[in-house]
Design a protein around this ligand. Structure first.
Ligand code: AMP
Length: 416
């Protein structure tokens, strides 16, 4: 909680690049105005009707009041602060003002599959031993190794074993291969649980029955892991990870905003293709290691695309940090991912992503409206004051009134 508070405080202190531009405008605005006021005073004193000193003072003071740059100073912070406030109401923590501005330029979204598009809590749907073996033995063997892993697949396999009241043997020499699987010694035998692609690389022969069943399950969108004992396949375990309820509507809304998608996953190609097809995602990159995901982020940059990366795991942290905008899922995500990201979606609802992008575009529009309002009102009344046509109440309106208009326009962002 204290980290989130610190992040929010930092966000409020940050300045958007346009804000810096507005500050620069304000900095030369003041000397110019003082000069105009002095000129007005001198011209009215010299050439004005009697009492010329009186007219000179009143008109010069009107110029000063009108030109007070309050409204201009408020124009951008008002839009940015209310924009971030609206984000907070939606459960979206935007880390700084610059992020809010950059969000509007995003054209591509890179999405991690597990835990972002899906619930991230897979469950075992099928245990398929090779002939001569029992499903219970296969599951017990896999769960013994997985008990030492923190991967969601591991938790699912251990949970399935516990449901069946299986006794798990102790594991030694446990080793996790990121994006590949796990290896450990159970009894005096080496057990491997993980992806077929990784096994093939290690030279393990996978028999025809296993391959066929595995391909069928993957084509239906299931994740399949193989269990291998001392280099001999024992069978396979199929898992499914439900697509989050918010995923489909979020993707439709993002399509509506004209954005392109690419799904990145460590899962196999056929499983990934099936999920992407169901979700109408244009591009898929499968069988990736955490490092490959980072490479995809760099590729997007090279192609001149402005990509946001959406992820939740420690694995995703480098990609989250390097992407133009990193969106981290807050509720189920890891601290590391939240720290590396630019935007944290606190309630894990993917629909917040299109809403945040829309919010950024609206904030941008309000910001320029505010600058236009502030400068426009000031310019009109300044012209009137120099020529002696502005009364004192007009001057006050041009000052306070412009500030109030800018504030009012900014507050519109808080509406749904
Ligand atoms: P990840 O990049 O973590 O999503 O993992 C990619 C793939 O590696 C998964 O789809 C599994 O096939 C395999 N894998 C990773 N960790 C494990 C594990 N603990 N148990 C079994 N398979 C795993």
């Amino acid at each position: 909680l204290s980290q989130i508070i610190a992040l929010a405080a930092q966000a409020q202190r940050s300045r958007a690049p346009v804000q810096r531009q507005a500050d620069r405008v304000s900095s030369w605005f003041v000397p110019v105005v003082v000069l105009i006021a002095i000129l007005t005073f001198l011209l009215w004193w010299e050439f004005g009707p009697q009492p010329s000193l009186g007219f000179a003072i009143v008109n010069a003071v009107a110029v000063l009041i009108i030109a007070c740059p309050c409204a201009l100073g408020l124009a951008t912070p008002m839009a940015v602060t209310t924009g971030m406030g609206r984000g907070a109401q939606l459960g979206v923590l935007i880390k700084d003002a610059e992020t809010l501005e950059r969000l509007g330029t995003i054209d591509t979204i890179l999405l991690d599959k597990t835990g972002t598009l899906t619930e991230g809590k897979p469950s075992v749907v099928e245990v398929h031993p090779l002939p001569g073996l029992s499903a219970r033995d296969l599951l017990a063997c896999a769960a013994a190794v997985e008990a030492a892993s923190e991967h969601p697949i591991a938790s699912a396999i251990v949970a399935a074993a516990k449901e069946r009241n299986l006794q798990l043997a102790k594991v030694k020499d446990f080793q996790a291969v990121p994006g590949g699987g796990v290896i450990g010694t159970v009894g005096d035998k080496e057990v491997f649980v993980g992806q077929a692609a990784f096994l093939k690389k290690k030279g393990v022969f996978i028999d025809a029955e296993c391959s066929t069943r595995s391909a069928e399950l993957q084509a239906s969108g299931f994740t399949v892991v193989l269990v291998v004992l001392d280099g001999r396949p024992l069978g396979l375990i199929a898992l499914t990870d439900k697509i989050k309820e918010s995923t489909k509507p979020a993707i439709e809304a993002l399509h509506g905003l004209g954005l392109k998608f690419k799904m990145l996953t460590g899962d196999t190609r056929s499983t990934a293709d099936r999920v992407a097809k169901d979700l109408r995602i244009d591009e898929v990159a499968a069988e990736l290691s955490p490092h490959d995901k980072l490479v995809h982020v760099y590729q997007m940059k090279e192609q001149g695309r402005h990509a946001a990366y959406v992820g939740d795991g420690i694995n995703d942290a480098p990609a989250l940090a390097r992407a133009d905008i990193g969106f981290a899922m807050g509720a189920a995500g890891t601290d590391t991912a939240m720290e590396a990201a630019d935007v944290v979606i606190m309630n894990d609802d993917l629909r917040r992503i299109p809403e945040t992008i829309r919010l950024s575009r609206r904030t941008h529009a309000v910001l320029w409206q505010n600058i236009g309002l502030a400068l426009g009102i000031k310019a009109i009344f300044l012209g009137l004051a120099v020529f002696g046509n502005a009364t004192m109440w007009m001057a006050v309106f041009a000052d306070m009134g412009a500030s109030l208009l800018v504030v009012g326009n900014g507050v519109r962002l808080l509406r749904k």
